[in-house]
Design a protein around this ligand. Structure first.
Ligand code: GLN
Length: 456
């Protein structure tokens, strides 16, 4: 009830929830009460969480924040969602995101912008009225957690969409190894990059959430049949003897002094806690962002072909079948989604496939190989999560390239399929949150939780 009331009060200004499900939440809570009374509480019994609108919810509207999925009510639940409800969690509602998870600022949602609960200081030192972005695409998830409108939230990360919004809102974002969580029932953006994970207040909460979310799922052939460790047990183990890698290629041109300082502080904290610091080289880093913006649109153009006005949501009838497809897609997709589909179909088209898509896939292998070699020398890699703190609405939305640069530190992790985590590490000169990113070996989320807890 407290959370439902808080949402009623704060959501009109923040716009984190695109759908509130109070009756559903109360029914789940009643069941939790019974189980607690019977001494049969499960791991997340009664804990209220928010669910990104990319996760299908049985009989409950799921739109990926796109007009094209207008009022779509899936006949099934995502596996990750089902795992959470089976562990006793309660869904408060569906959370806003960039349309089809394409974006870094939550400015492309059909339901409008999410407003960060944070404000920044202006040059005069006074709190400014500028409305700041909560990051994206999981901006509803990060803002809801930061504003205490849920205890934790589900999120997805294709190129940074868990870690970047976490960094900009002072929350913890964990993108697990590709294959750790099932993608079944999550609206697909770029299938070889998409992964689900939690955004939470603390590292311990993140560990508890991930344990419940992760599972092998025969319905997703890319989900991995490996035991899910007790991540919470790793929290508090410290970093004594851990080897921390600092990749020199992440010291990009024009990195701001405050981001550099934050990174240096992170290094110092881990050193003081008993870790050893090693400079490493990940030589193909500079190709990651351009290659990502070929692979992700290519896969998106293929995945979004299914929205034809026949099977889901919106239909704008035309004179014939092709006309109906065209009218539906023109009315249903926003500008950024259309841009991605155009780029994607271009790089996949005959004559360009080898030059762009195949090249990008080869670059991807090289990026992964850089990390494979690094793991001989280090156990975890430390970098900043974002190149800058939270920005104001409109600051980057007119310039797609400026927006894509937000992902410069996060996309390598998805391209290599690795686990990555953002931990709140300090405040910018404007008084807004900054995050540090940890990158781990495949399926070694435990080391990330250990290290993150020392930083938070
Ligand atoms: N900002 C990136 C993009 O727009 C990543 C989005 C994501 O991880 N879903 O593609």
């Amino acid at each position: 009830d407290a959370f439902l009331a808080a949402i009623d009060t704060a959501n009109p200004a923040i716009n984190a929830y695109v759908l509130q499900t109070p009756e559903h939440a109360r029914a789940q809570a009643k069941d939790s009460d019974k189980r607690i009374a019977a001494g049969q509480a499960r791991s997340l019994e009664g804990l209220p969480i928010g669910n990104k609108d990319l996760f299908c919810t049985k009989g409950i509207r799921t739109t990926a924040c796109s007009k094209i999925l207008d009022d779509f009510k899936p006949p099934y639940e995502s596996t990750v969602g089902q795992n959470l409800w089976d562990a006793g969690a309660i869904m408060l509602g569906k959370l806003n995101n960039d349309e089809f998870a394409m974006g870094s600022s939550n400015e492309t949602s059909a339901f409008g912008n999410v407003v960060s609960p944070w404000r920044r200081k202006g040059a005069d030192g006074k709190i400014s009225d500028d409305k700041l972005v909560p990051g994206g695409s999981s901006g509803g998830s990060s803002a809801a957690v930061a504003a205490d409108l849920c205890l934790a939230a589900t999120a997805t990360d294709t190129g940074g969409s868990i870690r970047q919004p976490a960094a900009l809102t002072g929350t913890v974002g964990m993108k697990p190894t590709y294959g750790r969580c099932s993608r079944w029932g999550i609206v697909a953006f770029a299938s070889s990059l998409d992964q689900a994970g939690p955004i939470s207040k603390t590292v311990r909460d993140s560990a508890i959430m991930l344990r419940a979310m992760a599972s092998h799922d025969p319905k997703d052939t890319t989900s991995v049949d490996a035991p899910v460790p007790d991540y919470e047990a790793a929290v508090g183990k410290g970093v004594k003897g851990l080897r921390i890698g600092i990749p020199k290629e992440y010291r990009v041109d024009g990195m701001s002094a405050e981001i550099q300082k934050l990174w240096d502080e992170g290094i110092a904290w881990l050193k003081a806690a008993g870790a050893t610091i090693h400079e490493i080289s990940l030589p193909h880093t500079k190709y990651a962002l351009p290659a990502y913006y070929i692979v992700a649109p290519a896969e998106c153009s293929s995945n979004l072909a299914r929205y034809d006005g026949m099977r889901y949501g919106l239909r704008v009838s035309g004179d014939n079948l092709t006309d109906t497809y065209e009218k539906t897609r023109a009315a249903g997709f926003g500008k950024e989604v259309r841009r991605r589909i155009l780029i994607g179909t271009y790089v996949l088209s005959a004559g360009y496939y080898d030059a762009y898509y195949l090249k990008a896939q080869k670059v991807r292998t090289l990026i992964k190989r850089d990390f494979d070699l690094a793991w001989d020398k280090v156990d975890v890699v430390l970098t900043p999560t974002t190149p800058s703190p939270a920005f104001a609405f409109g600051e980057k939305s007119g310039d797609p390239l400026a927006m894509y640069l937000e992902d410069i530190f996060t996309v390598t992790v998805n391209m290599a399929g690795l686990p990555g985590m953002s931990v709140p590490a300090g405040l910018s000169s404007q008084g807004t949150p900054l995050g540090l990113q940890l990158i781990g070996k495949p399926f070694d989320e435990e080391t990330l939780f250990r290290t993150a807890q020392v930083i938070e």
